[in-house]
Ligand binder design. Structure first.
Ligand SMILES: *Cc1c(COP(=O)(O)O)cnc(C)c1O
Length: 373
């Protein structure tokens, strides 16, 4: 039977093993295990790749979101706008500051924050707007930026899934005051452990972010503010530097495989991920959308094809946010995505034969009498 994994990190490791092993061993022999020269070099290379002035390397994407909000002065009594369809971390980071997450519905086609809905949600307490470049496609940053400027709000990009994505020819990461990237192993650029980065073009915000990640100290044991231990390990910095050298090629490979899926699935009548004009989608996730999503997932699973759901419960309906008293129907597009979205296998090491196997199984599903066509 065919077997197609949803994600395969080990094949990538084997492909770059000599480079990685050498870099890791060099760190182990250096005696410098947290921050240090490898992490600083990674910061410069990551910033350059995203055309921003500064990158601050951290221990997770969630930490990046958290200190981005703190550096911009978000706290108790404030409201922060975020899309109802995202990974839970976007909302959690807002809650950590004591501010209230205010959900905004998404556009169904791009699965990113709807700018008009965002504008309608602004109140006197709104302090920031946090669009998510979901699945690797930039949110509609021009109109969202206008909402922010018109109301004097900070704009924070949740770019956790969108390394090297572009909007109107410019890399994400520099459209707002601060952007947050995750470097979790399964992300498009992933450490071999936890990792994250914040980017900014503002030197004063960069200074604040560096203080917030390392106990509020510029000089050892002199603490200017209440802060955190959100530092990146040197081993992860060294690993990420190796992977940065491959990221553009891996991104192009993702885009190629996504185009292949789309070309083969459209004639079968499947609604797939779309790429909006003037946005470079980096396909952290490639989706199909179908009312019989669960049946399709089961069908594929029975044929050895692993898939994922991103995400089956929208944030406003999570138990964790029950006190906000949202109900089914509050954000129809987010709820429809939660019910209909299915993530197909897509990663740079996926073979074209694997794409063909997934398509073949979906063709089988579309051709059976109970497929609802
Ligand atoms: C992964 C992710 C995060 C959190 O990143 P971690 O590195 O796992 O803390 C935040 N937002 C989104 C949209 C994500 O996908």
């Amino acid at each position: 039977m065919t077997s197609v994994k949803f994600l395969d990190l080990l094949t990538q490791y084997h492909a770059i093993k000599p480079e990685i092993d050498e870099a890791v061993l060099a760190v182990l022999g250096s005696g410098q295990y947290v921050l240090g020269p490898e992490v600083e070099a990674f910061e410069r290379e990551f910033a350059a790749a995203h055309d921003v002035a500064e990158a601050i390397a951290l221990n997770s994407g969630t930490s990046a979101l958290h200190i981005a909000l703190l550096a911009l002065g978000v706290g108790p009594g404030d409201e922060v706008l975020l899309p109802a369809m995202t990974f839970t971390a976007t909302a959690a980071a807002i809650s950590y500051t004591g501010a209230t997450p205010v959900f905004v519905d998404v556009d169904f086609d791009t699965c990113t924050m709807d700018p008009e809905e965002a504008r309608a949600k602004v109140t006197g307490r709104t302090k920031a707007i946090m669009p998510v470049h979901l699945y690797g496609q930039s949110a509609d940053l021009e109109p969202l930026g206008r909402v922010a400027t018109d109301h004097g709000l900070a704009l924070i990009e949740d770019a956790a899934q969108a390394h090297l994505a572009e909007y109107r020819g410019r890399k994400v990461g520099g459209f707002g005051q601060i952007a947050a990237f995750s470097l979790y192993p399964g992300k498009n650029l992933g450490a071999y452990g936890e990792g994250g980065a914040a980017t900014t073009n503002d030197p004063e915000l960069a200074r604040q972010l560096r203080l917030l990640r390392d106990w509020g100290q510029q000089q050892k044991y002199h603490h200017e503010m209440l802060a955190y231990n959100y530092r990146m390990d040197a081993v992860q910095g060294a690993i990420l530097r190796v992977k940065m050298r491959h990221l553009e090629a891996w991104t192009e490979r993702r885009r190629h495989l996504a185009a292949l899926y789309r070309e083969k699935l459209a004639p079968l009548g499947f609604v797939t991920s779309t790429e909006a004009p003037e946005r470079r989608h980096v396909y952290h996730i490639f989706s199909i959308f179908h009312p019989q999503r669960d049946a399709i997932q089961r069908w594929l699973g029975e044929r050895g094809i692993q898939t994922g759901l991103h995400y089956p419960v929208p944030v406003h309906l999570q138990q964790a946010y029950r006190e906000l008293r949202h109900r089914r129907g509050d954000f129809p597009n987010a709820e429809r995505i939660a019910a209909e979205q299915l993530s197909l296998p897509l990663y740079p090491e996926l073979a074209e034969d694997d794409v063909e196997a997934v398509v073949e199984a979906l063709r089988g599903w579309a051709n059976q009498p109970s497929s609802g066509k």
